[in-house]
Write a protein that binds this ligand. Sequence first.
Ligand SMILES: [Zn+2]
Length: 387
Amino acid sequence: MQFEFATATRIIFGEGAARQVALAAKPWGRCALVVTGRAPERASRLLADLEAEGAQSTTFAVEREPTVDLIARGLRQAHGERCDVVIALGGGSVIDAGKALAALLTNPGELLDYLEVVGKGNALQNPAAPFIAVPTTAGTGTEVTRNAVLGVPERQVKVSLRSPLLLPRLAVVDPELTLGLPSAITASTGLDALTQLIEAYVSIRANPMTDGFCVRGIPLVARSLHRAFHQGADQEARRDMSLAALFSGLALANAGLGVVHGFAAPLGGRFTAPHGAICAAILPFGMEINLRALRARAPQNAALGRYQDVARMLTGRPGAGAEDAIAWTREICQELEIPPLKAYGIGEQDVPALIAEAAKASSMKGNPLALTPEELQEVMTRSMGSV
Ligand SMILES: [Zn+2]
């Protein structure tokens, strides 16, 4: 057996950990670019901590999913203020913007030089500026992955900037930062983490180290996502979800993903919908059709037993079968008010293009087996909620 598990990120986890960010950043630079979300005032404590440490800072707000233009604007500000360290405090979009900005601060040219699909796809040459990721949601795990998802609205696509050099130097995961999250964001981000844990666990690239994170992470979601959704101030539930999200990032960065994220990539480029809500709407059908295809064409495939493990982890019942995992995910989608994809305006007319793009998506590569165009069509049609 041979496997690889890569992460260069130092991780600090725990309640109150966010107070350590300024001290950690101090030796790495003179001026910090602090990337925030829609509510920059959430960073006020961090800015005060930086000031107390004698560090300069400037704030850049990322109000929606980052685009090529937004990154160019942030980069101008960072160069103008001579920033040499980047701290991103926010959800997945904010952290992805921070990753791209840290990389471009030390690499010549512009973002398009390095983007796959829509740009030149050049490899980053220089290590990124020191980058600290501080997630305020519990879902994407992007604080420990080596890609940043960026939108190119005029092409209706989202593409990734990918490089091992994008791994944050430090991830500070403080569950207290998620205490006030609205329930809809708790739902979509939490179900993204669950999807990532399940897809990494059944991936063809799963290995004993990624398995460890999935086997510990899936039960945390099973135990605590309901509670985090209904009682947002429950500290234990928030801690479980922050840990599960972190584990999902470590797992997906090393094991890859599958059909659900394969579709989430092109859907995210064409429609305005939360990434996690898209994943959640597809998850039960992706699992069901994978399972059926495995039984028909690959009855010896280890993923069959793994779906059964997932069912046991989700339900807590030793006798649970793979179908129980599907039922569990359907029920939680209902309970957490996840709408079918048609709620975002996705219709039958979109399906052929989505199938073509999903089949090529890098996220699809970990799926336990290749699905036929008919099977992919069924996943999409049923996730839309039209049958
Ligand atoms: Zn995801």
